[in-house]
Design a protein around this ligand. Sequence first.
Ligand SMILES: *[C@@H]1O[C@H](CO)[C@@H](O)[C@H](O)[C@H]1NC(C)=O
Ligand SMILES: *[C@@H]1O[C@H](CO)[C@@H](O)[C@H](O)[C@H]1NC(C)=O
Ligand SMILES: *[C@@H]1O[C@H](CO)[C@@H](O)[C@H](O)[C@H]1NC(C)=O
Ligand SMILES: *[C@@H]1O[C@H](CO)[C@@H](O)[C@H](O)[C@H]1NC(C)=O
Length: 781
Amino acid sequence: MMAKGFKQPLILLLIVVSSTLLHSERLQSPEANTLLRIRSLLNFPSVLSSWNKKTDFCNLEPSPTVTVVCYENSITQLHIVGHEGAPKLPSNFSIDSLVTTLSKLPSLKVLTLSSLGLWGSVPKQIEGLSWIEVLNISSNYLNGDLPKEVSSLTNLQGLIFDHNKFSGQIPDLFGSFPALNVLSLRNNCFNGSLPSSFSKLSGIRVLALANNHFSGDVPDLRRLKDLQELDLESNSFGPKFPQLGNKLVKLLLRRNKFRSSIPNDISTYYQLQKLDISSNKFMGPFPMTLLSLPVISYLNIAGNQFTGMLSRNMSCSDALSFVDLSSNLLTGDLPDCIILKSKYRDVHFEGNCLNVADGSQHAYAFCRNGALAAGVAPSRTEDRARKAVLASCIVSGVVGVTLLIVLVFWVLRRVIKKKKLKEKPSPRVIAEKASAGCSSKLITDARYISQTVKLGALGIPAYRTFSLEELEAATNYFNSTAFMGEGSHGQMYRGQLRDGSLVAIRCLKLKQSYTTECFMPHIELISQLRHRHLVSAIGHCFECYLEDSTVSRLFLVFEYISNGTLRNWISVGRARRRFTWSERIGASTGIVKGIQFLHAGPGIFSNNVRITDVLIDQNLAAKVSSYNLPLLAQNTDMVGHGALVGSQETRMDHEDKADIYDFGVILLEMIMGKPIKSRSELNITRNQVQATLAGDEEARRSIVAAEIQNTGSDQSLKTMMEICIRCLKDSSERPSIEDVLWNLQFAAQVQDAWQGGEHVNSNRGSPVSPPHLPRFRLTYY
Ligand SMILES: *[C@@H]1O[C@H](CO)[C@@H](O)[C@H](O)[C@H]1NC(C)=O
Ligand SMILES: *[C@@H]1O[C@H](CO)[C@@H](O)[C@H](O)[C@H]1NC(C)=O
Ligand SMILES: *[C@@H]1O[C@H](CO)[C@@H](O)[C@H](O)[C@H]1NC(C)=O
Ligand SMILES: *[C@@H]1O[C@H](CO)[C@@H](O)[C@H](O)[C@H]1NC(C)=O
């Protein structure tokens, strides 16, 4: 009781004292009323629940959510920060009224209205806030254009409109903000390119435009001497690296469409602490000096196409705490300075071609190839290192007709030899077109061949030349996702042309210097190799060296065969079913017809066809994708195939028999329905088949693929087994291609008759819609 009696007068006294002391600091009532009005316009947010008519605004304890700062009885700063994710204010909210009300605070210089659910587009009345210096209205729902009237806020030092719904292009009004040093428009829907007046923001320190839809090249920012932070993340800026001053501290270009190389002067960015240029298409050499910039602590170049060889002795900045080099085309050894301190550093380097044995790296060829595709054509020889590469192609004069790839020297030699035997005069007219350094024999031979080749209308697009741009567009600049595989004859990419058709593109880097004319005979031949059972070339493209116009790369564009390899349909793979016996006979016949065409037309032998080189199209027709192309063999310094070793005479006699043997191996796999991957497997299986040939039907049926056991007639099976065994004999005993074909056709007839009887198979011959694209490796040589 006594204590209570004491306390009350004490409290009273304190109130009297304080109100006396602070009287002179009290806000004038119009401004206090304005604040209360603002509270009501904001629909009484909970952070302002303590405000009332008696609140002494200038003496509120500042808090992270609400702060009022007064100077000489006027409000100079007002900060109201609502709850994160605050919902939109109700429909009776009026942004116009709010702005008009704010303009009644004549000394207000710094205003934050954040996370309060404001919505609507910024009204013209904004010009009434002309004395404002910092305006932060982030995390609301404001929309529409950035109003031109903003340009009347000439005292602006900071404009922060992050996390709203602003859209449209930025008006060209930044000539009028001499004092602006922070411009932050992150997370809106602005689009279009930046107006050139950005180059005039001479006082800017922070320019943050991340997460919008901006596009195009960044205006020249070299005059912005104070620029320290540039955040352009997640837009569509590009393709050129921005032009910048070298005082940058943070440079964030992640997820844009930059596609250039990095300028050398980046090594002069001595204040750079954070660099994130990941997930673009930057290419060219990775500037190693980035690792050793004096104060760099965060470096992320992941997901680009940087090339270059790292070495263990490279040096790194001591400040470096995060390094991500992953998914580029880097080779060499990881620098010691990165690994040794990796306990303290966040280091990522997977998806390159570095010498790191942890399974995280691609094969060296992937990077070399990617570098090529990115247009960084390494020069042919060291002394030509500085040679520019002209990335344009196109040779006129090829009137395209049909199919596949080129011939090797030995075919040429063979043809020449035949000619010598026949003492034919060489066609002079054509020979005269040969340019210096280019054998005229190539040209005469090609003419000889093209007269021989018969053409067929196969529903394949006419042969034509492609531009490099077209191929780049088709493969997304030879993106690694389009990479299908690599063989001794270059890399294979999958592409989609503008008309939607799929193609397979072989990229061939040339070792010798030839002019495009030298290739024309080959190209003409390729263009005519069209057959229902061959994968056809539909065009080509040359990339030439600028200096002497010799060819640096040759691209051959093939039809894309979408139904996987024959093996998928026979033994292992993802085809949804296995071929029936009739379909196997049909595929065998297709392969033999394809080979026969190569032999009889251009005289292309020893094609080294494997079951994985036979592709299946949408109509389930077999197409041979691998042939012995002279140009390719020559380019890879392959003198010839193993089958050809021996005297010329032997070669002449048996040159067509190597393909027969290879066909026998394929046929054996089709009969047995299991992959044959080694010579011993082959011998065992062949002996097994041979043994059952002498036995009864039961024995034969017991060893063949399950799919054949009940869908094949015994006589057709026996015929196929016999021809298979003959194909696998020594070369002198092998049947001719015509003999093989005759036997296959006989087997097909027998099988048809048998099926026409009691064993009707409803499945037979029906076209199959393509399943999802299988992953397989085309060889196409
Ligand atoms: C707006 O509507 C809400 C109810 O949705 C009401 O509580 C509030 O008083 C209204 N505010 C104004 C300024 O009319
Ligand atoms: C804008 O206001 C929000 C909310 O208070 C704050 O988090 C942010 O840092 C401010 N932005 C700037 C650039 O001052
Ligand atoms: C920008 O977005 C608006 C819609 O917000 C659209 O009408 C306009 O065409 C876009 N401009 C560009 C250059 O994309
Ligand atoms: C680093 O090592 C490479 C060979 O791995 C050598 O060519 C280069 O000169 C060395 N550089 C320095 C700075 O020691």
